[in-house]
Design a protein around this ligand. Structure first.
Ligand code: SF4
Length: 341
């Protein structure tokens, strides 16, 4: 582990300053068939998601594969145009209405770190070209010399050797080092928000902690907000100030980290939490096992979408006639479940 990777104290976000406000976001993908590409259905990947992210805050977004969490991240970055419905206000601007220069400015302030450090870096580009590309495109540097110095600073910030590594190609690096290159690229333009799309899930467990510590340190130094997308709750525990749990295109529960981990209400959150391995051999066995498969987002279950796997389900959970409201059960703690009544 590099000397710069020791776990930093958790950054204190500015909860009075909302950076991104997402409301009732929907992203459906049409299913087309036949030679005339007739639309025969919709994959409702994201189906009514709302949340805020504050300055310098990390919001963990967690759920099983196919729950729509990556689609949320890509949609707010305008990588999944067009949006189906809803709004995303970033620094007071409607993200989905931006065009031309305003959209380019958005791309400068909102960046992404991809899941797979093996495929997200162009194998034919040197580290200098990869990390420095955005500096040139956005006219941040005057020439090659200045760009090289800026890239060296960024590499050093991300725990890479600026002299030895700057002229190398991605295949010469380990997975953890490649993810550091991806992070250096993402912070090059000093963004206010980075969507971290499962940035550690392709890495060894020992390397995961180093990358998370690096992201926390950068947040402390630069005040960046993160939307940190992950498969399970164990990964986001140490980096997130708040956590949103997603199930089948919707948020099931959202709360500050301490509340969510100590006092979860939604049966899905409880199941995810009890799936975290406990190193204590005397600890009780998983009391809330998750059974069955996630239903298809093409034809999601009526009522509460979790009812097909929920052992607390009642008749009213299975009908759209009385929609399950979102209950506010504590400050900032919301749950879409009748157990929140
Ligand atoms: Fe289970 Fe009903 Fe709550 Fe859904 S609303 S999680 S089915 S108890």
């Amino acid at each position: 582990m590099s000397a710069t990777d020791t776990a930093p104290a958790r950054h204190r976000p500015d909860m009075a300053k909302v950076v991104l406000s997402v409301r009732d976001l929907k992203k459906w993908f049409p299913i087309k068939k036949g030679i005339f590409s007739k639309v025969v259905g919709q994959v409702k990947a994201v189906d009514g998601v709302s949340f805020d992210i504050h300055a310098g805050e990390t919001l963990g977004l967690v759920g099983e594969s196919g729950c729509g969490k990556t689609t949320v991240g890509r949609t707010i970055l305008r990588l999944n145009d067009p949006v189906t419905a809803g709004s995303a206000i970033f620094h007071g601007q409607d993200v989905f209405a931006l065009q031309g220069g305003d959209l380019r400015a958005l791309r400068r302030d909102m960046q992404i770190i991809f899941q797979d450090p093996y495929s997200s870096l162009n194998p034919r580009m040197t580290v200098e070209a990869i990390v420095g590309e955005a500096l040139t495109v956005h006219g941040v540097v005057a020439g090659k010399k200045e760009r090289r110095e800026r890239v060296k600073d960024l590499l050093e910030k991300c725990g890479l050797d600026p002299v030895r590594h700057i002229s190398r190609y991605p295949h010469e690096f380990s997975g953890g080092q490649r993810q550091r290159i991806g992070i250096a690229r993402a912070i090059a333009l000093e963004p206010d928000l980075i969507v971290c799309d499962e940035p550690v899930s392709a890495l060894d467990v020992s390397i995961q902690a180093q990358i998370i510590n690096l992201l926390q340190r950068l947040q402390e130094e630069m005040g960046i907000a993160y939307l940190f997308i992950a498969h399970g709750l164990a990964v986001v525990e140490h980096i997130s100030h708040r956590v949103a749990v997603m199930y089948l295109g919707r948020i099931a529960e959202i709360a500050d980290s301490k509340t969510l981990y100590e006092n979860p209400v939604h049966p899905y959150t409880r199941a995810l939490l009890s799936a975290i391995p406990n190193p204590d051999p005397d600890a009780p066995m998983n009391p809330h096992p998750l059974e069955g498969e996630v239903p298809t987002p093409i034809n999601p279950p009526a009522g509460c979408r979790f009812h097909t796997r929920c052992r607390f389900a009642e008749a009213r959970c299975k009908s759209d006639e009385i929609p399950i409201p979102i209950y506010e059960i504590g400050p900032g703690h919301q749950v879409a479940c009748i157990l929140g009544e």
